[in-house]
Design a protein around this ligand. Structure first.
Ligand SMILES: NC(=O)CC[C@H](N)C(=O)O
Length: 195
């Protein structure tokens, strides 16, 4: 069975653990960078991206996560995790810079800080129950980035090779289809890396 880690410095860690297990994989909380060697895929959860970045730096995770990705192992960023993965962030310095895209934080505005809607998502479902909480969205994506979902003409899910991200929170509902897709990506990457 594959093992998927959740960066457990801050944010929606427990919900992701439950969702990974429901999708049929083993889940592991990642609190030290040495633990990255024990997992096949990594999730950067929702939370607060600035706080998470500060903790990533103080626990020495910054280049460890980049190197994990460079080996071809899949990384999935949800919400704040999506912000961490972007090469560019509107109005501020970027963080890990893994995906060729520019994002805007808290981009749906104060009045609609949180909402949920059923979305068609490429590879995943025609009616995925997407929950948005002070969500970012993707302003621009490079030609190497596959757009998986839009809401109100804004890009809210994307994939670039073994990197994938959502502006919404697939771990907060019982709809496990997005997580099942990530589990498949991780299984596929193991076959590719072994061949
Ligand atoms: N629910 C979330 O992860 C919100 C992300 C948060 N607005 C940030 O900028 O980090």
């Amino acid at each position: 069975m594959i093992t998927i880690g959740v960066l457990a410095l801050q944010g929606a860690v427990r919900e992701h653990i439950r969702s990974i297990e429901a999708a049929g994989a083993k889940a592991m909380e990642i609190k030290r960078k040495e633990q990255l060697a024990e997992i096949d895929g990594l999730i950067l959860p929702g939370g607060e991206s600035t706080t998470m970045r500060r903790l990533i730096d103080s626990y020495g995770f910054f280049s460890a996560i980049q190197q994990f990705g460079e080996t071809g192992k899949p990384i999935f960023g949800t919400c704040a995790g999506l912000i961490l993965m972007a090469k560019e962030i509107d109005g501020q310095e970027a963080h890990l810079g893994l995906m060729n895209m520019k994002v805007a934080r808290n981009a749906f505005g104060r009045q609609v800080a949180s909402f949920e809607t059923d979305l068609p998502i490429v590879h995943v479902a025609n009616d995925f129950n997407a929950v948005f909480i002070r969500a970012p969205y993707i302003l621009e994506a490079g030609s190497d980035v596959e757009i998986l979902a839009t809401y109100d003409d804004k890009i809210v899910a994307a994939k670039q090779g073994h990197y994938i991200c959502t502006a919404f929170h697939p771990e907060l509902t019982d709809d496990n289809r997005f997580m099942e897709y990530f589990v498949e990506m991780v299984e596929q990457s193991i076959k590719t890396l072994a061949s």
